[in-house]
Structures are given as structure tokens and as C-alpha cells.
Design a binder for this molecule. Structure first.
Ligand code: FAD
Length: 431
């Protein structure tokens, strides 16, 4: 079999793959993207963070999103609201510690991902939809992939460098035995799109994602991500025992999941009130055990991007931002490889990428332990603290100047304590 040749092969045309391709094309490199599905295709994860705007701009992808945002009913977004029983709280991302954009959109991912991929294609990336990567050989200097095309015909392609942006497909982690268990408990998400029916509710701001904590079990929470056309993405996340207690049977058919979702919602008077006119009109789906990690993110001839590497948790909508950040970090290093220079992948890629992921991780852990919820719902938050938290929630997890990122876990504990006690936090942050 003749082996095709190219500069870079990317597995997957989601946000990580499309943005890496766009960046590489800007530098003039040949790029082939192998994408198993046909776009537009459904993907979960509709809430973007303002930090992602910086990476979209850098990749030359922001203009196309801006141009089509109204037509595709992307919802202008400027913050996050929180609800727990009668407690309400919100953060406005424009009032934040870090420099950079304070607004973004909530997007239907099928349309958003398609826009990015189309733009990468316009820049000259060769996207092969319906092409499934079935084998990978990275033993020689230039990796060789075996691919099944749309009609099942197999061919091989060799690249000078390989990027795995296969998301939950996790092609290289599975094929190269790179999987490493996530240290988060296994959680399940049940979700759908609804006609939300929310009209002029003074307690609801369409320009913010709404995160609601279950009244009786703070480990469970809901997202409500509005679009601009009266529809929303709506989901609930919890550990399995929570769903079992509501009668989950293992039957994942849409009708059974919808009944379960509605039954859980009945225990939520405040959220039920917001959604009192909502219509469930789209099949309800579920995903379980999506948190994932790998032993390492790169070697001399390949690197993992976005979800193909580490995925934490949906709670702070960090997924697409991390995916775009990984592309932004990796592309200059791939260039070095193509120019024959050596790259210290641990030092130059893995450490810097994981630095921000670790900050998100501290907040995710503190969310589920309840500590961060205590901060969010505290009426004693000083402006300074609010702005630092707003930065994190806006995705600026790599801002080393933000004092709450240094020893994030320990500092969060202290902040939670100070918020509970109503004390002045300034001296602690300066120390
Ligand atoms: P993906 O977008 O998953 O793209 C990977 C692509 O690779 C796919 O198109 C797939 O078809 C292709 N592929 C897979 N296997 C192969 C193969 N063998 N050959 C060829 N192609 C292949 N993130 C947010 O930013 N905001 C949110 O609100 C949010 N909510 C979430 C809620 C839940 C319940 C979950 C589980 C995740 C959520 N996320 C959210 C995370 C978000 O979905 C991902 O982080 C994001 O899609 C990652 O982008 P990616 O480009 O790495 O991968």
C-alpha cells in the first residue's frame, strides 16, 4: 500500500483540531485532519468562556464566529449566575482581575464547531470527514496512521508530527496505552435542549449561564445555558448514587431519562419556577465517566490536545477553553520540530498547560466539597475577591498574576473561611 505523506496529521476536527489546523496553516504547513464523523454533528459543551476569545482571535477564527453569531442564535454571554434554594448570586465577567475580554457566547456546538472547521478548511486544511483512524504507529520518527475512509477502504498516511484532538474518542490514549485514571469520582450527566419558555423573569438573566445546586445534595448541580432563540441547553450532573436514589434503572432510553430528569426537578422549587413554562422536546441523553487523564501529553513526534489529554469536569465550562489553549501552546513547538530544533515537551507544553488545568481542578474539587459554593453564595465577598473569582470563572486560569491561583487549593480554603466569617481577606492575599 502506498503511504501518503504530509507535514501534520490531526485526529479530530473539534475546537482543538480546527484551531491547531488554522494556526499551522497560517505558518504555511500542510495539514490533514482526519475526522470520523460528518459535520455538523452534536457535541455537548455550549458555554464558552471569555478567555477562549483570545485563542479564537489568535487562530484567525473569531471573525467567522462574530459574523455568524446572530444568524446561528449564539447568545451573548457576560457572566455566571448561581442558585441554591432561595440563595442567588452572580459574577459579571466584565468586572474581573485579569486583562482581556469579559464577554463571549453560548453556542450550539454543532454549528460552532462546523464554523471553526470550515474556516480551517478555507485556510487550506485538508479535512477528511468520515475518515476513522484505526491504527497508529509512532515507533519511527514520522508517525504512520492507518485510516478507514467513508466506504471502509483503508489507507496509510505518514506525518512529520501527529496531533491527537480526538476528544472523548481518545485515540492515542487508547492505542498507545497512555490512559491514566482521573482522580475525580465517576459522575454522570443527563442533558437535553429545551424550549425554555422564560419570559421577562426578573430572576433570570439570559446573558449568563445559570448553575443551580440541588437543594438537598450539594454534590449535584444543573446547568441552564440559554441560546438567543428561546431555547436552552439543560443538564444535571451528579454521582451515580444520586440518580439511583431517584430510581435510575440503567435504562438510558430518551423517554426514561426524561421522566427521571423531570422527577429530580420536582425537588427543586426555585429552578422549577424559572422553568415553569419549559417544554422538553428533544431526546434526553446521558454521559458517564467523562473525566479522564493521561500519563503524559506529548512525545517527540506526537502531542495530545484538548479532551484527548485531560478532561476535568463540566462545572466551570472549561473544556473548549482548555482545548483552544492546548492548540495555542502546541503549534509553536510543532514548528520547532519541523525546523529540526529540539523541544522539551514536559517543560514547554505539559507543565504550562497543566498549570492552568490545576487551577481549574482546585476549583472543581472545592465546588464538590461545598467550599467554593460557600464562597459563591456568601454575602461577605469583598470586591477584590469577586474580581479574582470572576477572572477564574471567565477562564483566565493561566494568569499567574491572579493571587488566588497561587496555591489555589489552600487559598480557596482560606477564602471560604473568611467569607463565612466576614473577615478582611486582603492581608492574606498579599502574603
Ligand atoms: P471534541 O470537540 O470532542 O472533538 C473531537 C473530534 O474527534 C470529534 O469530532 C470526533 O468525531 C473526532 N474523533 C474521535 N475519534 C476519532 C477517530 N478515531 N478518528 C477520527 N476522528 C475521531 N466545555 C465547555 O467549554 N463548555 C461547556 O459548557 C461544557 N459542558 C460540558 C458538559 C458535559 C456533560 C461534558 C461531558 C463536557 C462539557 N464540556 C464543556 C467539555 C467539551 O465538550 C469538550 O471539552 C470539548 O468539546 C473538547 O474539544 P476537543 O476539540 O478536544 O474535542
Amino acid at each position: 500500500m502506498m503511504i501518503q505523506q504530509t507535514d501534520i496529521v490531526i485526529i479530530g476536527a473539534g475546537p482543538a483540531g480546527a484551531s491547531a489546523a488554522a494556526l499551522l496553516r497560517k505558518k504555511g504547513h500542510q495539514v490533514v485532519i482526519l475526522e470520523k464523523q460528518h459535520f455538523p454533528r452534536f457535541s455537548i459543551g455550549e458555554s464558552l468562556l471569555p478567555q477562549s476569545m483570545v485563542f479564537l482571535e489568535e487562530a484567525g477564527l473569531l471573525d467567522t464566529v462574530r459574523e455568524h453569531a446572530d444568524r446561528l442564535n449564539f447568545q451573548y454571554k457576560n457572566g455566571a449566575s448561581f442558585l441554591r434554594g432561595q440563595q442567588r448570586s452572580f459574577y459579571d465577567f466584565r468586572e474581573k482581575f485579569s486583562e482581556g475580554p469579559g464577554t463571549t457566547w453560548q453556542v450550539r456546538r454543532a454549528a460552532f464547531d462546523h464554523l471553526l472547521a470550515n474556516q480551517a478548511e478555507k485556510y487550506g486544511a485538508d479535512i477528511r470527514y468520515g475518515h476513522d483512524v484505526i491504527a497508529v504507529d509512532v515507533a519511527s520518527e514520522h508517525p504512520i496512521l492507518t485510516v478507514a475512509d467513508e466506504v471502509g477502504l483503508e489507507y496509510q498516511i505518514q506525518a512529520k508530527f501527529l496531533l491527537d484532538a480526538s476528544g472523548f474518542g481518545r485515540v492515542l490514549p487508547k492505542k498507545l496505552d497512555l490512559e491514566s485514571p482521573s482522580d475525580f469520582p465517576i459522575r454522570r450527566a443527563i442533558f437535553t435542549h429545551i424550549e425554555d419558555g422564560i419570559l421577562d423573569d426578573p430572576n433570570f438573566d439570559r446573558e449568563k449561564i445559570l448553575i443551580s445546586v440541588h437543594e438537598k445534595d450539594r454534590r449535584a448541580w444543573y446547568w441552564l445555558i440559554p441560546f438567543a432563540d428561546g431555547r436552552s441547553s439543560f443538564g444535571i450532573v451528579a454521582e451515580q448514587d444520586f440518580f439511583d436514589a431517584y430510581g435510575y434503572t440503567g435504562d438510558d432510553s430518551a423517554e426514561v431519562l426524561e421522566a427521571l430528569f423531570k422527577k429530580i426537578l420536582q425537588d427543586e422549587p426555585a429552578l422549577s419556577q424559572v422553568l415553569s413554562r419549559a417544554t422538553f422536546d428533544t431526546p434526553v441523553r446521558t454521559l458517564v465517566g467523562y473525566s479522564a487523564n493521561v500519563k503524559h501529553l506529548a512525545e517527540r513526534n506526537y502531542a495530545l490536545l484538548g479532551n484527548a489529554g485531560e478532561f476535568l469536569d463540566p462545572v466551570f465550562s472549561s473544556g473548549v477553553t482548555i482545548a483552544l489553549k492546548s492548540s495555542s501552546l502546541v503549534v509553536p513547538l510543532v514548528e520547532h520540530v519541523l525546523q529540526g530544533q529540539s523541544v522539551d515537551w514536559m517543560q514547554e507544553y505539559e507543565r504550562p498547560l497543566r498549570q492552568g488545568i490545576q487551577v481549574f481542578r482546585a476549583y472543581v474539587e472545592a465546588w464538590y466539597s461545598g467550599e467554593f459554593q460557600d464562597v459563591v453564595f456568601s454575602t461577605n465577598q469583598q470586591v477584590q475577591i469577586r474580581e479574582m473569582i470572576s477572572s477564574l470563572l471567565a477562564g483566565y486560569a493561566w494568569d499567574v498574576n491572579n493571587p488566588i491561583h497561587k496555591n489555589a487549593k489552600r487559598r480557596l480554603s482560606v477564602i471560604a473561611e473568611y467569607c463565612r466569617e466576614g473577615l478582611n481577606i486582603a492581608p492574606v492575599l498579599e502574603s
